[in-house]
Ligand binder design. Structure first.
Ligand code: NAD
Length: 285
C-alpha cells in the first residue's frame, strides 16, 4: 500500500506557481489577484478562507477578502461581485460556500464573470467541463486528478465509483474521470446497497461527509481509495469518510486525511487563479 501524498505534491505545485508569478510580473507587470467573499462567522469557512489567503501570500498573489455579516442582503453581495468583475487587479473571484439561507446562492454564482470563476462553479464553466472543453474546473476534483497523474495511476478504462454527487465535489469528479476515459458510476444518499457498487471499483472516490462510511469489506483487494471527506471527529481530530486504519491494508494506494486531497484543493485554487491572470495578461498586451 502506498500513500498518495497530497501535501508534498501541493508544495511542489505551489513552488511552481510562485516562480510563474515572478515571470508573469517581469513579462507583463501583472500580479495575479484573488478576491474572496466570506459571509458570516462559520469557523470552518473562516479557517478555509484564512488558509487560502496565506497560500496567496506564499506565492506572491495580491488577495483581498470581503467579510460580510450573516444578515447581509442579496444586493450587497451582488454589488461586491459586480465591483470585482470590473476590477482589473482581480483575476479570480471566490465566494466561500455555504451562504446564509436568505441568499440565493445560484444567482450569486451566476453573477461571477466566468473568466474570473476560479472555483469553476458558474454554469458556463460547468457546461465546458461536461463537454470536455477548456475552462475553470472545481479545485477539489481537479486536485484529485493531479494527484492520480502524479502517481501514474491511469484511469482509462478503469471502473471508478464516485460516492457523493454534489455540484462541487462528486459531479465534477465524475465528469473529469469520464473525460479521462474511465467507466464511472456515481453513488449518493439514495443509492441502494452502496457496498455492491464500491466492491466493483478499481478506484473509489468518496466525498460525502460521513465518518467511516467506507469500511474494509466495501473495497476489493488492491483498489485505489481517494478520501475527499473532511470531518471533525469527537476527539477534535480531522478525519475523512474512509475507515483509514482498516481500509489502507487492502489498498494499492490511498489518500490520508489530513494531507491528501485537502492541500491539493488549495494548490488548484492557486493554479486556476494563475491561469486566469495569464489569460488577462495576454488580453492586455
Ligand atoms: P454535500 O452535503 O453537498 O453532498 C454530500 C453528498 O454525499 C450528496 O450527494 C449526498 O447524496 C451524498 N451522501 C450523503 N450521505 C451519504 C451516504 N450515507 N451514502 C452515500 N452518499 C451519501 O457535501 P459536499 O460539499 O460535496 O462535501 C462532501 C465532503 O467533502 C464533506 O466532508 C466536505 O467537508 C468535503 N470536502 C472536502 C474538500 C477538500 O478540499 N478535501 C472540498 C470540499 C468538500
Amino acid at each position: 500500500m502506498q500513500i498518495l501524498d497530497g501535501k508534498a505534491l501541493a508544495q511542489k505545485i505551489e513552488k511552481n506557481v510562485a516562480s510563474e508569478v515572478v515571470k508573469l510580473k517581469e513579462n507583463s507587470g501583472r500580479t495575479p489577484g484573488l478576491a474572496v467573499i466570506l459571509v458570516g462567522q462559520d469557523p470552518a469557512s473562516q479557517a478555509y478562507v484564512s488558509m487560502k489567503k496565506k497560500a496567496c501570500d506564499r506565492v506572491g498573489f495580491y488577495s483581498v477578502s470581503h467579510e460580510m455579516p450573516e444578515d447581509i442582503s442579496q444586493d450587497a453581495i451582488e454589488n461586491t461581485i459586480m465591483m470585482m468583475n470590473q476590477n482589473p487587479n482581480i483575476d479570480g473571484i471566490l465566494v466561500q460556500l455555504p451562504l446564509p439561507p436568505q441568499i440565493d446562492t445560484t444567482k450569486i454564482l451566476e453573477l461571477v464573470d466566468p473568466a474570473k470563476d476560479v472555483d469553476g462553479f458558474h454554469p458556463y464553466n460547468v457546461g465546458r467541463l461536461v463537454t470536455n472543453l477548456d475552462g475553470f474546473v472545481p479545485c477539489t476534483p481537479l486536485g484529485v486528478m493531479k494527484l492520480l497523474e502524479e502517481y501514474n495511476i491511469d484511469v482509462k478504462g478503469k471502473n471508478c465509483c464516485v460516492v457523493g454527487a454534489s455540484n462541487i465535489v462528486g459531479k465534477p469528479m465524475a465528469n473529469l474521470l469520464l473525460n479521462a476515459d474511465a467507466t464511472v458510476e456515481i453513488c449518493h444518499i439514495f443509492t441502494d446497497d452502496l457496498k455492491k457498487h464500491t466492491l466493483q471499483a478499481d478506484i473509489i472516490l468518496v466525498g460525502v461527509g460521513v465518518i467511516n462510511l467506507i469500511k474494509e469489506d466495501m473495497i476489493k483487494e488492491g483498489a485505489v481509495v481517494i478520501d475527499i471527506g473532511i470531518n471533525r471527529a469527537k476527539n477534535g481530530k480531522l478525519v475523512g469518510d474512509v475507515d483509514f486504519e482498516h481500509v489502507a491494508p487492502r489498498c494499492s494506494y490511498i489518500t490520508p486525511v489530513p494531507g491528501g486531497v485537502g492541500p491539493m484543493t488549495i494548490a488548484m485554487l492557486l493554479s486556476n487563479t494563475l491561469k486566469a491572470a495569464k489569460i488577462n495578461a495576454g488580453k492586455n498586451t
